[in-house]
Design a protein. Structure first.
Length: 375
């Protein structure tokens, strides 16, 4: 599943054509001459996995796509132009560069490609109005090529968490766990975009436990969002040293029951608010009626940790071949993986690898969820 950036278009011509057609239809529907895409997620999506980042922490990249009805160009500085041409977009794009020390030339190039027509951008480039929020919907339905890349990412991320999870020992710090996890991911050219590690009581105290130097005693939770080719996979695992206490086991069983309702309920055409309501009813049936109010439950995934977070009454609908990452939590535990919806049922792409699981039934279906690993 390894790919060099240079042959990205040679091997993904069908996918590239599909995305070009989606944008062309969008231009026609919105009566636009062009769109300018600078955000890393949009660049990765349109270029079938290309990368325009330099600064990891920035949402914006250092190269902009300008897509008109008959042209697709990259506008970037002379610092980035050769790398972008060689490794990120291939021969299907015109690459136009400006001197890095004349940043005003960037807007001139953008305007030159756009022409006199009406355009919009994802970041306000060249003073253009922002794209309507519905532009993100172009990313929702994954192509077969994206599904294949996503499967590799999900499987590999799950394997990495297992490798690190079996190396953790009491006395290690959260930061040591994070370091090992990030190192294993980087070996595989996977970028960790979210790493949350919680030892012992920090699991129950904080829904977003940023990594600290706290030492692990009895239990640790590992939360990961991992990105490659622009796609992001999310998963959570817990490791307990010694037998899991009955009260924690009960809470975890309830959390995975809720997760099963989310996963098995994610079918094409269904309103996501309806799925949300069914899952929160499972919280109540298990005796944890208000726990869902303490943290969001996840939502659509893909070219972002969450393309959107589902809230009560949300009327958006599930598409076939759309990714979701649900993350129900009950104080002290959590259940999370990334799935792809299909007419044949949801596919868990980050399915637990060499990890104990619990088989959960809901609505006539079954799904295996990660149990707490006893060490």
């Amino acid at each position: 599943m390894e790919h060099s950036r240079g042959d990205i278009f040679a091997t993904r011509a069908r996918e590239a054509a599909e995305k070009r057609e989606r944008v062309r239809r969008y231009l026609e529907a919105r009566k636009l001459t062009a769109v300018v895409l600078t955000q890393q997620r949009n660049f990765a999506w349109y270029t079938c996995g290309g990368d325009n980042h330099v600064v990891t922490a920035s949402e914006a990249g250092f190269a902009s796509l300008v897509i008109t009805r008959d042209r697709q160009c990259v506008v970037t500085s002379n610092i980035e132009a050769q790398r972008i041409r060689d490794e990120e977009v291939g021969s299907g794009f015109e690459v136009l560069d400006y001197p890095w020390h004349e940043p005003g030339k960037r807007d001139e190039l953008l305007r030159q490609v756009i022409g006199a027509g009406r355009a919009a951008s994802d970041d306000g480039s060249a003073g253009l109005p922002l794209l309507e929020p519905d532009f993100t919907e172009l990313r929702y339905v994954l192509t077969p090529e994206e599904v294949a890349r996503y499967r590799w990412l999900g499987r590999t991320a799950s394997e990495v968490v297992t490798i690190v999870g079996r190396e953790i020992e009491p006395g290690m710090t959260e930061s040591e766990v994070s370091g090992r996890l990030c190192g294993e991911l980087e070996k595989r050219r996977i970028t960790p975009t979210v790493v949350l590690i919680a030892a012992d009581d920090r699991i129950a105290r904080y829904r977003h436990p940023i990594v600290t130097d706290r030492r692990i005693e009895k239990i640790v939770m590992v939360v990961l969002c991992a990105r490659r080719w622009g796609l992001v996979c999310s998963l959570t695992r817990l490791i307990h040293f010694g037998p899991v206490p009955a009260a924690l086991a009960e809470r975890h069983a309830a959390a995975v029951a809720v997760d099963a309702a989310f996963i098995l309920g994610t079918r094409p055409g269904r309103p996501v608010g309806e799925i949300f309501a069914e899952a929160t009813a499972v919280y109540a049936a298990r005796g944890f009626a208000d726990e869902w109010k303490l943290h969001h439950q996840g939502g659509a995934a893909g070219y972002g940790e969450r393309e959107y977070v589902v809230t009560p009454g949300d009327t958006r609908r599930v598409y076939a071949h759309q990714a979701f990452a649900w993350n129900p939590s009950i104080t002290g535990t959590k259940s999370e993986d990334t799935i792809i919806a299909s007419e044949d049922g949801p596919e868990v792409i980050s399915t637990p690898f060499e990890w104990p699981t619990l088989e959960v039934t809901y609505g006539g279906g079954k799904v295996r969820r990660a149990a707490i690993l006893e060490r």
